[in-house]
Design a binder for this molecule. Structure first.
Ligand SMILES: C[S@@+](CC[C@H](N)C(=O)[O-])C[C@H]1O[C@@H](n2cnc3c(N)ncnc32)[C@H](O)[C@@H]1O
Length: 255
């Protein structure tokens, strides 16, 4: 679809895990055509740079400072769209996977036409980039994605999962990894279950830790700006061996 200048449109765009080469063609086009780009802190500068001459506003949390509030983000998008500006709301991964947001509803209520441009979610891309398939014949035929942000979000899901019955992928879970691990161990998951922590995947700062569920809670991790994806399950044994060893060393140096 080509954009028409006279028709307002807000594009809710997925930026993928960080490497601009992992953007969809449509996402790249929307960025190039944009007048205004509102982006989160996990969107890489290389991706934002594709926006050409657009005004760029960072609305994410930065260095411990709170980001722009959701109502303020909605107001900026709606005002700009009503002035006929082409607006891109750029979020890491896929915009509808644990994207907080509510932007689509706000635009709907305001009567602003919008579209969703799906992105490559880190829930599958971070493992894939480390050589870990989230499902694999004979190892796992299902995967569950949970938010590690709060116990209320992941507790009921993990408690309902039979040990080893699915690959568990946790986003926003680095800080709660000890609780996540002990919860699964209490539910009967073997301590030897393979586990991985994939930090800043697809960016220059990427690193990976590979170990076991028993080690996950007590391992020290490099600070990847807080962006890390945890994977728990037998599929982790498929992590690319050479890469893993190199990255283990990288992680140790980064402590
Ligand atoms: C608010 S959630 C958004 C998830 C996003 N919508 C998606 O589909 O990937 C942010 C979390 O995504 C994960 N994440 C984002 N970028 C990442 C990256 N480059 N490497 C590893 N994990 C990443 C981290 O778990 C981070 O805390």
């Amino acid at each position: 679809m080509t954009l028409h200048r006279d028709r307002p449109l807000v594009s809710l765009v997925g930026a993928g895990p960080g490497d601009p080469d992992l953007l969809t063609l449509k996402a790249a086009r929307r960025l190039q055509e944009a007048d205004l780009v509102l982006y989160d802190s996990l969107v890489t500068p290389q991706t934002v740079a594709l926006a050409g001459s657009a005004t760029r506003i960072s609305v994410g949390k930065r260095a411990g400072r709170p980001g722009t509030s959701q109502p303020a983000i909605h107001a900026i998008m709606i005002r700009a769209a009503r002035r006929g500006r082409r607006v891109v709301r750029l979020k890491c991964g896929d915009p509808f996977v644990l994207g907080r947001g509510g932007e689509a509803q706000a635009l709907l209520v305001a009567g602003i036409p919008f579209e969703v441009v799906p992105g490559v979610s880190t829930a599958v891309a971070a493992p894939a980039l480390a050589g870990i398939p989230v499902t694999h014949r004979g190892l796992s035929s299902a995967f569950v994605v949970v938010s590690g942000h709060s116990e209320r979000a992941y507790g009921p899901v993990l408690d309902g999962l039979a040990p080893g019955s699915a690959t568990v992928v946790v986003l926003m879970g680095l800080a709660s990894r000890a609780d996540l691990a002990s919860r699964l161990l209490r539910r009967g998951w073997p301590g030897s279950t393979p586990a991985a922590v994939l930090v800043a995947s697809s960016t220059a700062a990427e690193s990976a830790w590979i170990g076991t569920l028993a080690e996950l809670g007590r391992t020290e991790l490099a600070d990847g700006g807080g962006a890390g994806t945890i994977v728990i399950g037998d599929v982790v044994t498929l992590a690319h061996a050479g890469t893993t060893e190199t990255k283990r060393t990288g992680m140790a140096r980064a402590r």
